[in-house]
Design a protein around this ligand. Structure first.
Ligand code: PMP
Length: 400
């Protein structure tokens, strides 16, 4: 059988300016990067606290390899659960104020596995319509009745909860929305969920490390305990600068996941040195609150500057600062013009975001400088000018 049909689908993507292409990063993560042989400034990583290449993490990773070797070697339930994994689970439980935490190899797997362990056909799942793909996929795969409510809208959720006779009700939301940067109304969502006898699951991939005095994310930001957010998920590949994810909650929740979460059971444990490095990272996340202060200063500087230039910003107090452009080709054109000035910002297009809301997803990190943010603002202004004068050839270089 030939692949002609697949070629046609690829061509369709290309002609709609929706084709995704990878860049080749030839340096460590950081504000200054080398991409495809060219040095530039990056405003597109999720390394929000600037820890991905931190010397303390490098040392811990090397020490972890020396103590535990390289590979996990087996799944957690067979022979892959090392003292490094265990120590990290205990530290994450303590930090999040939950009795237990469970490590997963990626956030995608944590979400797929957890939702599927908690629900089946007799149940219902309620998801914010802008939830991350892994949450939506997890809900769809579970076989539970699947409903999406309007973005961050407690009334819309309440109406849907009121109409269900499902056995279990799981409400699922991003803590910080990955493409918009806004913070979920967790107190409101939690009250509505508890009123209906359901459980709230929060994926705080983008809040942990960035929000809260100790970087404890949305739940620390709002002061919410285990009763309000019984299923709390976080990732380690963003502000923590390493890789993997965790779910924190009660003894019963964690035991349920160990018994029933297929993406936990049937996969090799993450390399133990990654867990060891993450322990070092957690210490920095908790103690170095100057990183959050610096980040907040840069966020304020960027928002002020972009608003003065007349860019349309979203209602985001977090390091995710999208600039909505509208059409995919326009967003791509500006991203490309920025790249010509040595600035990397990703254009995010459908299906990742709704049609007509293509955007530049600017992300800031604690290791950027004020001067670098000013360079970004100048470059944005120039790129927009170049686009409106038709000076940019539109290819396909960005993701999303
Ligand atoms: N949840 C959210 C909100 C995310 O943004 C991401 C990653 N982009 C994930 C889950 C998946 O995490 P991971 O990259 O560890 O698979």
């Amino acid at each position: 059988m030939s692949f002609d049909q697949l070629e046609a689908a690829l061509e369709e993507r290309r002609s709609a300016h929706l084709y995704r292409r990878r860049r080749l990063l030839q340096s460590p993560q950081g504000p200054e990067v080398v991409v495809d042989g060219v040095a530039g400034l990056a405003f597109c990583s999720n390394d929000y606290l600037g820890l991905a290449n931190h010397p303390a993490l490098q040392r811990a990773m090397i020490e972890g390899v020396e103590r535990f070797g390289v590979g996990g070697g087996a799944s957690h339930l067979v022979m892959g659960h090392t003292t490094a994994h265990h120590a990290l689970e205990e530290a994450l439980a303590e930090w999040t104020g939950r009795p237990r935490a469970l490590l997963f190899s990626t956030g995608y797997m944590a979400n797929m596995g957890s939702i599927n362990a908690l629900l089946d056909k007799q149940d219902a799942v309620f998801e914010d319509r802008l939830n991350h793909a892994s949450l939506l996929d997890g809900g769809l795969l579970s076989g539970a009745r699947f409903q999406r409510y309007l973005h961050n809208d407690v009334d819309s959720l309440t109406q849907r909860l009121g109409r269900t006779d499902a056995r279990r009700k799981l409400v699922v939301t991003d803590g910080v929305f990955s493409m918009d940067g806004d913070i979920a109304d967790l107190p409101g969502l939690s009250a509505a969920t508890r009123e209906a006898g359901g459980w709230l699951m929060v994926d705080d991939a983008h809040g942990f490390g960035c929000l809260g005095q100790q970087g404890g994310g949305c739940v620390e930001h709002f002061g919410l305990g285990i009763d309000e957010v019984p299923v709390l998920m976080g990732t380690l590949g963003k502000a923590f600068g390493t890789a993997g994810a965790f779910v924190a909650g009660s003894e019963t929740l964690i035991e349920t996941l160990i018994q029933f979460a297929r993406s936990y059971i049937y996969t090799t444990s993450m390399p133990p040195a990654v867990a060891w490095a993450t322990l070092a990272s957690l210490k920095l996340v908790r103690e170095e609150s100057w990183r959050r202060d610096k980040l907040n200063q840069l966020i304020a500087q960027f928002r002020r500057g972009a608003a003065e230039l007349g860019f349309e910003l979203m209602d985001s107090p977090t390091p995710i600062q999208p600039i909505v452009i509208g059409e995919a080709d326009q967003a791509l054109g500006i991203s490309q013009a920025l790249e010509q000035q040595g600035i990397y910002v990703t254009a995010i297009r459908p299906p990742t975001v709704p049609v007509g809301s293509s955007r530049l997803r600017v992300t800031l990190t604690a290791t950027h400088s004020e001067e670098q943010v000013n360079r970004l603002l100048e470059a944005l202004n120039q790129a927009r000018g170049a686009l409106s004068h038709g000076a940019i050839s539109q290819g396909a270089t960005s993701q999303g």
